[in-house]
Design a protein around this ligand. Structure first.
Ligand SMILES: *[C@@H]1O[C@H](CO)[C@@H](O)[C@H](O)[C@H]1NC(C)=O
Ligand SMILES: *[C@@H]1O[C@H](CO)[C@@H](O)[C@H](O)[C@H]1NC(C)=O
Length: 210
């Protein structure tokens, strides 16, 4: 390889690594961090692989973000959807507010999404139906509202679903992955109406499901 080819290659690697660091740094800027758990998140480093609570693979791509129980308050940012190799996104038991960005549906390698015990609002993005590797989806104990996207039923690898303790409404699917989840997965959603009948979503009878 000529020097120029090598130089361009290194530039591409660097740019790629920095874009993951930039995505994480956008999240850092959107939250308050009273315990300084994000102090090691230095955006001038070549990649975020030495940052605490961040795990990378052998190619320096971010595969895990482990920030459960970290007293973080503030917002999730759409930039998190750029972490293309992320497998574990664990932000449970914080004080996060606002909506779940639909861009998280781009995390095609995601195995576990743990956002439980926060104060998230808005609906469950239907883009989650693209998370075909997802095994664990825990969104319980937030203030999520609206319908459960019936497209979630096509997530064939989903083993654990917990949507309990929210404000979800309307009917819920009973086919596909939903046929195997216990009732507790959905408990304490006072406005949830029951299973959809014969595969029909009853859009007509609950215009109040928002
Ligand atoms: C959620 O918000 C309510 C009302 O503002 C607050 O009382 C509660 O402590 C919050 N819970 C969490 C986990 O942040
Ligand atoms: C799923 O991904 C495809 C391809 O990237 C995209 O076209 C589609 O809009 C996504 N579905 C949802 C519900 O976001």
């Amino acid at each position: 390889m000529s020097f120029h080819v090598v130089a361009i290659f290194l530039l591409l690697v660097r740019t790629n690594a920095n874009s993951e660091g930039d995505a994480l740094y956008a999240f850092r800027k959107a939250v308050k961090d009273p315990n300084n758990v994000l102090n090691s998140w230095d955006p001038t480093l070549v990649d975020p692989c030495t940052w605490f609570h961040v795990t990378c693979d052998n190619h320096n791509r971010v595969t895990r973000l482990d920030l459960g129980h970290a007293k973080l308050s503030g917002y999730l940012v759409p930039q998190l959807g750029r972490l293309q190799h992320l497998q574990f996104l664990e932000l449970y038991k914080n004080e996060l507010v606002g909506p779940i960005p639909k861009e998280l549906g781009r995390l095609k390698n995601l195995v576990s999404l743990g956002l439980y015990h926060n104060n998230l609002t808005g609906s469950i993005p239907s883009s989650f139906s693209n998370l075909s590797n997802l095994k664990f989806l825990r969104l319980n104990s937030n203030r999520l509202s609206g319908r459960i996207p019936r497209e979630l039923a096509k997530l064939g690898n989903l083993k654990i679903l917990d949507l309990s303790n929210n404000d979800l409404c309307g009917t819920f699917p009973t086919f596909g992955s939903f046929s195997k989840f216990p009732e507790q997965s959905l408990k304490n959603n006072p406005r949830l109406e029951g299973p959809e009948l014969m595969g029909l979503v009853r859009y007509d009878d609950d215009g109040l499901c928002k």
